[in-house]
Design a protein around this ligand. Structure first.
Ligand code: SF4
Ligand code: FES
Length: 244
């Protein structure tokens, strides 16, 4: 006899529209069912109107982010046996709700745009730059490169809640990847874009982002490294100016 799972889902239209909790019960037919499996079963068997988003189902695309029992997670990588048989699902925080568990990611990517999120090589660079796997410069970047832009860190970040203009962990993590990349030519421009009150200095190192990142990244660490780079850059600029 399969166990019964209770799933409480926040149902609503666009942000600002009043929502409500709706509770469903369903049998747990597979021992290793994920939260996403439950949502598909619910949609197929009980309520076709539940809105949620997913694509890859294997933790790669970052589209199925939500709050599961009050904590940010990917529905496709969260196994029911790890969260219990009474499950609460809500949309991510700090992003406008489109419907139910679906949020509008535009403000997340707008933060990316603010940091100049792409590599700009030297114009005369024709041959690919070779960086061996054991090159320390590459190792420093690798630990921060695997972001899937799921938005979970933004949702978890208490500073984004207090200061909605804050660039947030994912954009700053991306900025670090580019600032630390020796092939990029836009370091000063990028540092200027992030070294202000709504950027680097707004982070209070509360580690919310690092605690929820499904790829095991540590945006907090990237932010600390960026701060050191900003200080080093400013010192170097002062010294250069002083040479007159
Ligand atoms: S840093 Fe981690 S939590 Fe944040 S968007 Fe990237 S993968 Fe998601
Ligand atoms: S469906 Fe792609 S990460 Fe969950």
């Amino acid at each position: 006899m399969p166990r019964t799972v209770t799933v409480r889902i926040w149902r609503s239209g666009p942000s600002g529209q009043t929502g409500r909790w709706q509770t469903y019960s369903l049998p747990l037919r597979q021992e290793r069912a994920t939260v996403l499996d439950l949502l598909f079963t619910l949609q197929a068997e009980q309520d076709p109107t539940i809105a949620f988003r997913c694509a890859c189902r294997v933790g790669m695309c970052g589209t199925c982010g939500m709050r599961i029992n009050g904590r940010e997670g990917l529905a496709c990588r969260t196994y029911v046996h790890t969260v219990g048989e009474s499950i609460t699902l809500e949309p991510m925080a700090h992003l406008p709700v489109v419907r139910d568990l679906v949020v509008d990611m535009a403000p997340f990517f707008e933060r990316y745009r603010r940091i100049l999120p792409y590599l700009v090589p030297a114009p005369d660079q024709i041959a690919p730059v070779v960086m061996r796997q054991d090159d320390p410069r590459r190792e420093a970047i690798d630990a921060h490169r695997e972001c899937i832009a799921c938005g979970l860190c933004l949702s978890a970040c208490r500073m984004v809640g207090m200061a909605p203009d804050f660039l947030g962990p994912a954009a700053l993590n991306r900025a670090y990847v580019l600032v630390a990349d020796p092939r990029d030519t836009q370091r000063p421009q990028r540092l200027t874009r992030i070294a202000h009150e709504g950027g680097l200095w707004r982070c209070h190192t509360m580690l919310d982002c690092t605690a929820v990142c499904p790829k095991g990244l540590a945006p907090t660490d990237a932010i600390q490294r960026l701060r050191r780079k900003v200080v080093a850059y400013r010192l170097k600029s002062l010294l250069t100016l002083g040479r007159g």
